[in-house]
Write a protein that binds this ligand. Structure first.
Ligand SMILES: Cc1ncc(COP(=O)(O)O)c(C=O)c1O
Length: 380
């Protein structure tokens, strides 16, 4: 038989069936401790609830498969996953990261990362030349990128970034939260580590905070990351791991719908008198469109931003007028969210003050467009 399509693997959670009960849905394992064999071994691989837990097995196996990687670890949050990669580096290691990236991680790198001795250069990661100029062969240990990047949805050429990293003896890690494995598989493009805030599309229902890392291979860096999760203890709860698997079963349906609606919204809003720019990689005049068309399959994601005519006050006022969209942070849930991004990122944010970030959910596209149009009617 042909290899099964990822949508089939996700819907069936890799076809897992409980051997003892024939249940199609795995249980939530709440045990924090496990019986040792009489000869003093732990043959099941489970000993205590912090290193790992049986409820992690299925979501980690499914994400490994969807990303085409060798191994996966779930974490207590996307930040716990991302920071585990940086904690696995050593003081003095040089890191290249994007100027525009998830703000929480940018702040962590600037504060805790630097305090721990990492030397971080922030560059325009949408420009391959800037990445190439920033790496220091032998000293750079990691290039970190995010594509599309939050909240301007700039695109980084993942294959080119991998070549630059490997040419300098560094690894490439990709925050693929927004692309999801439905649209992009960074490992196939040369990435060494893929990171997800599983709080977003993977879970998809705004009811779990979770993170994940996928490794292209088992190597020394991965072993350090495994030890860091176990030692630092930033693990997912059993119930959250179970909910995450349940959410991932509908990942393909949700992402396909979000992409279709986001594309329709972006196309409808181009040229709107209340908007000065629509930022969406699915638009042909987006600077990253050609690369996105190459490395994203089946859509350009469910995230877009609009820059509102009349500046910050007009943007905040437009967000105040929505009725269907929900004014809230986060992204990747089934409900559509709108957010004035500079307000949450605070001083020093590279988010333009007139920018509203839109996370497109799975509601009726006409309802979403109609609500945005009435909210924008007074702008400009
Ligand atoms: C692109 C991206 N990466 C990482 C994170 C951090 O994930 P978490 O909130 O699950 O810790 C977020 C959260 O908004 C995000 O949007």
């Amino acid at each position: 038989m042909e290899p099964l399509h990822p949508a089939t693997l996700a819907a069936q959670a890799l076809g897992w069936v409980d051997e003892s009960t024939k249940a199609l849905i795995p249980p939530v394992h709440v045990a924090t401790t496990f019986i040792r064999d009489p000869d003093n071994q732990y043959r099941t691989g489970f000993s205590y609830g912090r290193p790992t837990n049986p409820t992690f097995v299925q979501p980690e196996a499914l994400l490994t498969k969807l990303e085409g990687g060798a191994a996966c670890l779930t974490f207590a949050s996307g930040m716990a996953a991302a920071t585990a990669v940086f904690l696995a580096l050593r003081p003095g290691d040089h890191v290249v990261a994007p100027q525009v990236m998830y703000w929480g991680l940018r702040n962590w790198l600037r504060n805790f990362g630097t305090e721990r001795g990492l030397v971080v250069d922030f560059v325009d990661a949408g420009a391959t030349d800037a990445l190439a100029a920033a790496v220091q062969p032998g000293r750079t240990k990691l290039i970190w990128i995010e594509s599309p990047t939050n909240p301007t949805w700039a695109i980084t050429d993942i294959a080119a970034a991998a070549e630059i990293a490997h040419g300098a003896g560094a690894r490439l890690a990709v925050d693929s939260t927004v692309a999801t494995p439905v649209l992009t598989r960074p490992v196939e493009l040369g990435a060494d580590i893929v990171m997800h805030s599983a709080t977003k599309y993977l879970n998809g229902h705004s009811d779990v905070v979770a993170g994940a890392l996928v490794a292209a291979r088992h190597d020394e860096l991965w072993e350090r990351i495994v030890a860091i999760r176990s030692g630092n203890g930033a693990i997912l709860g059993s119930f959250e791991a179970w909910l995450l698997l349940r959410g991932m079963r509908t990942l393909h349906l949700r992402v396909e719908r979000c992409c279709r609606t986001a594309q329709a919204i972006a196309e409808r809003l181009v040229g709107h008198p209340g908007i000065v720019a629509v930022l969406y990689p699915g638009l042909p005049d987006h600077p990253g469109h050609a690369v996105a068309a190459r490395q994203m399959r089946g859509g350009f994601g469910g995230m877009l931003s609009i820059r509102v005519a009349g500046g910050e006050r007009a943007a905040i006022a437009a967000a105040a007028r929505v009725a269907v969209w929900k004014r809230a942070t986060s992204l990747g849930g089934v409900e559509s969210l709108i957010e004035h991004r500079a307000s949450i990122e605070g001083p020093g944010s590279p988010a333009p003050p007139d920018l509203l970030r839109l996370s497109v959910g799975i509601e009726d596209a006409g309802d979403l467009i109609g609500d945005l149009e009435q909210a924008l009617a007074g702008a400009g």
